[in-house]
Design a protein around this ligand. Structure first.
Ligand code: FPP
Length: 239
């Protein structure tokens, strides 16, 4: 961890919306897919640094349920990139003991990618370091719908009393079940929106947006976000 963070409170769970790959490439006169390639390289570098800082859970938004609307060439380039990266990722993260998990509806991917996702989780399952949630074909509304369906089934088939339901019953049915809510959400690329990312879990998260495009986001940029986070007065609705 860098000296810049000495004595600061490190957020337990950080979420990152990795935006700006396309613009990064366009600025250099390159195809958007090259931006994603550099974005994927950066994803590995930044993950390792964040794990060294003592963050317990990192959730990275790699592909949303809405990203299928992109041109077919871009979607297929992204799928290819996911495959290439997943093969190396798990070994790459071994030294840092990073436990890789995937959140989102993996059934929409092709069999090769589904197998890679399952294998990556299996290989890393006993690791005890930072948990890395990679959100792929993830959409928060879809996740909430899945939780609602599961609750309805329990009411219908298992005699669950709707009046007894608590917020925890919902949280326990999300992909992030049993993980702390995100403390800090970082968005690169300058926009100020959540884009269907962890909507239920973000109720009291601090939001940080930076103009920096994802392929340029680095250790120093992460430090800046944590320094800003330390200035926030989190009241969770209290005074
Ligand atoms: C948003 O930038 C980025 C994405 C939709 C893809 C993010 C994917 C990666 C960084 C690769 C991750 C790799 C693995 C292995 C999970 P954009 O295309 O919307 O950029 P723009 O706003 O400039 O157009």
């Amino acid at each position: 961890m860098s000296d810049a963070l000495a004595g600061l409170h490190i957020p337990e769970h950080v979420g990152i919306i990795m935006d700006g790959n396309g613009r990064w490439a366009k600025k250099r006169g390159l195809p958007r897919t090259i931006g994603h390639k550099y974005g994927a390289q950066n994803f590995r570098k930044v993950t390792r640094y964040i794990s060294k800082c003592g963050v317990k859970v990192l959730t990275l938004y790699a592909f949303s349920t809405e990203n299928w609307k992109r041109p077919p060439e871009e979607v297929s380039a992204l799928m290819k990139l996911f495959k290439q990266n997943l093969i190396d990722l798990v070994t790459d993260f071994r030294d840092d003991d990073i436990k890789v998990r995937f959140i989102g509806d993996r059934s929409a991917f092709n069999k090769v990618l589904i197998d890679l996702i399952n294998e990556s989780e299996e290989v890393a399952k006993n690791r005890e370091g930072m948990v890395l949630n990679i959100a792929m074909n993830y959409g928060s509304r879809d996740e909430i719908l899945m939780a609602v369906r599961s609750l309805c089934r329990d009411v219908q088939q298992n005699g669950l009393d709707p009046e007894s339901l608590t917020e925890k019953d919902i949280a326990d049915r999300l992909y992030t079940a049993h993980q702390p809510d995100p403390d800090l959400i970082i968005r690169t690329g300058g926009e100020f929106r959540l884009s269907n990312f962890l909507l239920y879990q973000c109720a009291y998260s601090e939001f940080y947006s930076t103009e920096t495009l994802w392929p340029d986001f680095n250790e120093e940029e992460f430090n800046k976000a944590v320094i800003e986070y330390n200035k926030r007065n989190r009241r969770f609705g209290g005074v």
